[in-house]
Design a protein around this ligand. Structure first.
Ligand code: CDP
Length: 245
């Protein structure tokens, strides 16, 4: 990138006025699509994402079936209009990589052994992107899986931490992601309200080992806040279903 790097922290605040450990505003709604078995809409800052889950259902082609457990498929896709410079439709190296690591981030939470020979398909569509889409997509996909009634061991909650102007910040937005020194997306498996394990950890840029430890603590704090919003979205959906019955 040839543009000059702007100052990302001014008077102890970030460019959008947030403090270092503050998430962007987050909004989650479960069950927004009629034709999917489970679905979710999420906004994390300027990111706008829809997740849809189908299954457990029969796998086609049949040779992809696993007689001992369900096969999970995850497709991350960015709409052409989701980014500043129109994105060419269809998969590219980045979206294939994100789909792979995201699938692996969710697999430990899904009770695959309960659904032999079947498939669970997760589609995430990024409608508007502003950094942290892989983590926002995972948050939406988790809620959509629960909405679909897929048996789960817990929930996956994801958030990134960046290093900008030498400072660790939670949930970086586009400018921080573009011009920062490092970006570390995390996903956690949360079970009975507690973080049990890390299911995704990537990093680009440079951090000291000590900073990485601090980044993990900051991400955990953010994840617990996101988890509360995910839970609330699921409760609201169940409550509205009860009202209809
Ligand atoms: O979105 P995430 O941070 O998980 O992944 P990234 O590869 O670090 O991308 C960071 C941001 O760059 C995305 O969220 C988009 O806002 C932007 N981007 C873009 O403008 N055009 C692309 N083709 C891909 C990403």
């Amino acid at each position: 990138m040839n543009e000059e790097k702007p100052k990302l922290i001014v008077d102890g605040k970030r460019l959008d006025g947030r403090s270092f450990d503050e998430l962007r505003p987050i909004k989650i709604e479960a069950g927004i699509l009629k034709r999917a078995d489970g679905s979710c809409y999420i906004e994390m800052g300027k990111n706008k994402i829809v997740a849809a889950v189908y299954g457990p259902r029969e796998v086609h082609p049949k040779h992809l079936q696993d007689p001992s457990k369900a096969v999970i498929r995850y497709r991350y896709n960015m709409a052409p209009f989701s980014v500043e410079e129109r994105k060419r439709p269809g998969p590219d190296r980045r979206s294939i990589e994100i789909s792979k690591v995201s699938k692996e981030a969710l697999e430990p939470v899904i009770m695959k052994e309960l659904f032999p020979r079947s498939g669970i398909d997760i589609f995430v569509e990024v409608l508007q992107a502003d950094a942290g889409t892989r983590t926002a997509c995972l948050n939406a996909a988790s809620v959509a899986l629960i909405d679909a009634g897929v048996a789960m061991r817990g929930i996956v909650t994801a958030v990134a931490v960046a290093k900008v102007d030498g400072q660790l910040v939670l949930d970086p937005m586009k400018e921080e992601d573009n011009y920062g020194e490092a970006d570390v997306p995390f996903a956690f498996l949360i079970r009975s309200g507690k973080i049990e394990s890390i299911t995704l950890l990537q990093m680009d840029g440079r951090m000291t080992a000590e900073e990485l430890k601090k980044a993990l603590e900051l991400a955990k704090k953010g994840a617990m806040e996101i988890y509360a919003v995910q839970r609330d979205a699921i409760m609201r959906k169940y409550r509205s279903e009860e009202e209809v019955e």
